[in-house]
Design a protein. Structure first.
Length: 135
């Protein structure tokens, strides 16, 4: 029973797969008892649609269970890599959006047709200027 607890989605997939096959089989048996299409139609609709729904849901649950297993394996690999990774260097962290140290920060770096603005937070923003009208 412990296996069923941890593999509930695989068990549900198996149950739905069997139920889907059973629904398709019962729909076929019901439809094969009559030669008139009007009498076969309810069996094809109820057995066919229900069977296909159960089979599709079983497939989704089974794929979901496999993906969960793969993610568990990847988490194990990631934990192993973190254990063997070199320690982080001591010092100030490097921010992704900070300017490199060799570039001066007081130089105007706007393109033609743009102008620099300073926002309320102190960050510079570059905005486009309106093009000159041609008359």
């Amino acid at each position: 029973m412990r296996w069923v607890k941890y593999q509930w989605d695989r068990v549900a997939a198996l149950v739905l797969f069997i139920a889907g096959l059973l629904a398709l089989l019962l729909g076929w048996v019901g439809a094969s008892g009559s030669v008139y299409p009007a009498e076969q139609l309810p069996y094809m609709i109820s057995g066919g649609i229900l069977g296909i729904f159960f089979l599709g849901t079983a497939g989704i649950l089974y794929v979901s269970a496999d993906m969960r297993d793969e993610w568990r394996k990847l988490d194990g690999i990631e934990d192993a890599l973190r254990r063997i990774a070199p320690p982080e260097p001591t010092g100030a962290p490097v921010l992704a959006d900070s300017a490199p140290a060799d570039l001066p920060t007081d130089v105007e770096t706007t393109l033609p047709g743009t102008r620099a603005r300073t926002s309320s937070t102190g960050r510079r923003r570059t905005t486009r200027t309106a093009p000159a009208s041609r008359s």
